[in-house]
Design a binder for this molecule. Structure first.
Ligand SMILES: [Zn+2]
Length: 113
């Protein structure tokens, strides 16, 4: 069985938050569209851009969370995808979506990724 019950809890919590956030965003979009006629086009479209970016970010994180949960279930969670070494549990607690160990992550970021 997995040692990652606490992390799984965190991921499930985050998943709920993201789901709520995303459905909230949809609701806001609907209600705003109904009153947007008087608004400045430029302002409203940049507001839309921000919302879309925010949504993309959430969706991206949501996919990472789902992936992490899947990996916990099939026992591949916590293994660095670059070097195959186990990722420190402390790191996983802080960043449950980590798919790389600290060494590989830092190497990646140094490359400008
Ligand atoms: Zn690694």
């Amino acid at each position: 069985m997995s040692n990652y019950e606490a992390i799984k809890e965190k991921l499930l919590q985050r998943k709920d938050e993201l789901e709520r956030g995303m459905s909230q965003l949809y609701k806001e979009q609907v209600s705003e569209d109904q009153v947007l006629d008087t608004g400045d086009q430029a302002v409203s479209s940049s507001l839309e851009d921000i919302k879309i970016a925010l949504h993309d970010k959430r969706l991206h994180e949501y996919q990472m969370v789902m992936k992490a949960l899947e990996m916990i279930d099939n026992g591949t969670y916590g293994i660095c995808i670059e070097c195959g070494n186990p990722i420190a549990e402390k790191r996983l607690m802080l960043f449950p979506n980590s798919t790389r160990c600290l060494v590989c992550q830092e190497a990646l970021e140094e490359k400008g990724g």
